[in-house]
Design a protein around this ligand. Sequence first.
Ligand code: FAD
Length: 402
Amino acid sequence: MGHVVVIGAGQAGSSCVAKLRNSGFDGKITLIGAETAPPYQRPPLSKAYLLGEMELERLYLRPLSFYQDQNITMILGDPVHSVDASSKTVIVGKQVLTYDDLVLATGSNPRRLPASIGGDLGGVYVVRTLNDVDSMEPEFTEDKRVLIIGGGYIGLEAAAVAAKKGLKVTLVEMADRILQRVACPETSDFFRNLHQSHGVEIVEGVGLDRLTGDGRVSGAVLSDGREIEVDFAIVGVGITPSIELAEMAGCTIENGIRTDAQGATSVDGIWAAGDCASFPYRGGRIRLESVPNAIDQAELVAENIMGAAKDYVAKPWFWSDQFDVKLQIAGLNIGYDSVVTRAGDKAGDASFWYYKGDELLAVDAANEPRAFMVGKRLIESGKSPAKERVGDLSVELKSLLK
Ligand code: FAD
């Protein structure tokens, strides 16, 4: 049945190889990863693992024995530097591997601060890999002052862990409000209040001018001229898809590696899945940065390598844990023009329902798992309850499904 080579031993890569075997693929499978760790989950890196509440072994997606038992060759700690689509070969270390199908599951890279503004100083971290988190964890000691640059989910989660561990936390967000790129003002307000109630200083509408220090960061100058002292800094300013190998192979790039609905790139025999792939969605094209997408897309690619010819129907959802709040997000809010707030069962909990006209697009549910489930089912079945009913607490959540 040929040889499938998967580059990227992360969430998508691991899901793809498991699904191939699970679907009866009995050819050769090679999974190649740049990191030395076997495939692991990233979400706990900014949550329970950073907090010290999760063991390393529990991060691993599957035990090492799984790959041996399934006859999957894993090459770890060795990035692929070269892909040649005309000879269908990849080079890893000193090996030249010939593939029949190649899956690019290369994920994404965190944006870093340029060296010109102190991005290369010691004590400046990003949160992407196990190595990143293991190297910053010793800094998390009581009373240290941490500056977090970027008020997206990763920055806010790191801020929550730091505050819980007794650090003095300042978070700067250059947009007018935290979460501006991904959420409505109501959700931003909810998380601003949450963080402030735990002593996190949130500075919005102010960027970082530069980090200062002699070899190691010791201060920061903000765009409003304010100078602060810091012991270390965490940069959470987004990611860019890893497209270098795809470019080398001649694949079309469009906000990530462009695929068709089945996960095939523009180059014969090359597929892409996960954070690195952009795919058709509701008449447009999107790229999602989430675990559920990485799994679903990678499994679909595995099935299509086996000849299923199935289209990907994305069912976007996401979550974030901060302090004692579990946020669950169903759908995508792109293009929303109104938001309905529904108070939760417990004081302070709430869900925020995004509409475009009368169409329900997405739900942010903070400690409201039932609102998330109902919203998700509604969105996936294309149903939109009237806004008045959503906001009316005398209307039971379940009855919105009817
Ligand atoms: P990855 O899991 O990043 O795997 C890609 C792998 O490819 C990497 O290991 C990389 O080293 C490897 N690679 C790249 N280039 C090469 C090469 N040339 N040769 C060999 N290997 C290569 N999502 C959620 O849904 N919920 C959350 O709460 C959540 N929290 C997150 C918290 C953190 C701190 C981070 C970093 C991410 C979080 N995400 C969350 C996002 C989620 O983890 C990603 O969307 C998901 O991991 C994407 O899977 P992937 O396989 O596409 O990429």
